[in-house]
Write a protein that binds this ligand. Structure first.
Ligand SMILES: C[S@@+](CC[C@H](N)C(=O)[O-])C[C@H]1O[C@@H](n2cnc3c(N)ncnc32)[C@H](O)[C@@H]1O
Length: 317
């Protein structure tokens, strides 16, 4: 599917220039990103006989779809795409136990979903597309994933080469590119992104611009506990993550949403983070949640800040 057919309001020439600049940069291979494309090319001829996106584990194909040699190649390609942050997946019977048990986040959202059938949807910071595959079982018209990281972009495209879902696409775009898509989406998911933005207000304004009138926004964010409408602004890191800017309380995020023009703003879920949800696995072998938290007091991060909660909001334009 061509982006321009789906998004008639899009600033076409600007978008094309941005994307072709990105690919020109990848082609220079200064950061070695061409290795991800090479991995995709190794398996680009393989197709899954069936997919199941309706359960916690996203299933793409079965072991019997492939010869033994092909199975080994796919296994090696998937291992080379480590670390896997979001999942779980079963790819031709190979189970990927990702760092995040993303099905938990999605199961909290399911009861709040509007009818996604025939809708045009954006998933901002979609990573490898785990949630996009879950949304695909609702038969949307099209889902566009915004993901500026080349590794995640190729992880998605490798999975979708197998799954062959033509109404799913990921582009090398960030949240800041949303103004190129004015009034384009019926539903936008912005999960786990806002605290990574130096200006959360600008990010919310960009989300507002890209929603169609009456469109629905789902925001999920890290949050600190407390009733006051305030945000924590760490000097360097929060829970060891350097790219963290503002970590709001739930009431602070509520106010950000109302003051950037959203209506019917509603907190529908709030929970403490835990290492049951984010942990080191054989598919993500670096530090994870338990390393970010004070081992003598799990109510604090290693920096001595309040340990993170996760808050879920639904709002309408
Ligand atoms: C904390 S993860 C959240 C992933 C997923 N949405 C979730 O909730 O599980 C942040 C994601 O945003 C992506 N990202 C980084 N910079 C971004 C930007 N400027 N705009 C959109 N996404 C970005 C990262 O590559 C990563 O996949």
């Amino acid at each position: 599917m061509k982006l321009l057919d789906i998004f008639p309001n899009t600033r076409t020439d600007q978008l094309q220039r941005i994307l072709s600049d990105k690919f020109a940069w990848i082609n220079q291979d200064k950061k070695g990103f061409l290795r991800y494309r090479a991995l995709l090319q190794q398996v680009a001829h393989l197709r899954a006989s069936s997919c199941d996106f309706s359960a916690d584990m996203v299933c793409i194909g079965t072991a019997t779809d492939l010869s033994l040699d092909e199975q080994q190649t796919v296994h090696q390609v998937l291992r080379s795409l480590m670390p896997w942050r979001k999942g779980p997946f079963s790819v031709f019977g190979i189970e990927i136990d990702a760092e995040w048990r993303s099905e938990r986040k999605w199961n909290r959202i399911i009861p709040e979903l509007p009818d996604l059938t025939d809708k045009v949807i954006a998933d901002i910071g979609c990573n490898n597309g785990y949630y996009m595959f879950r949304m695909a079982s609702h038969r949307p018209a099209y889902i566009l994933g915004f993901e500026p990281y080349v590794h995640h972009y190729y992880a998605f495209h490798t999975l979708n080469t197998f799954a062959h879902q033509e109404n799913l696409g990921v582009e090398l775009l960030g949240i800041d590119h949303l103004p190129l898509f004015p009034e384009s989406f019926d539903v936008i998911f912005c999960l786990g992104i806002l605290y990574h933005r130096p200006s959360p207000i600008e990010a919310l304004r960009d989300l507002h611009v890209a929603l169609k009138p009456n469109g629905t926004l789902f925001i999920e964010s890290q949050a600190i506990p407390g009733r006051e409408p305030v945000a924590l602004f760490p000097e360097t890191t929060y829970a060891k993550v350097p790219g963290t800017w503002f970590v709001p309380t739930a009431s602070c995020l509520h106010n950000w949403l109302t003051r950037t023009g959203f209506n019917k703003v509603r907190l529908f879920h709030d929970h403490a983070m835990s290492s049951a949800e984010q942990r080191r696995t054989s598919w993500m072998t670096f530090e994870s949640y338990e390393d970010f938290i004070d081992n003598k007091n799990p109510a604090l991060t290693v920096e001595g800040f309040p340990a993170p909660r996760r808050v879920f909001f639904k709002a309408v334009k």
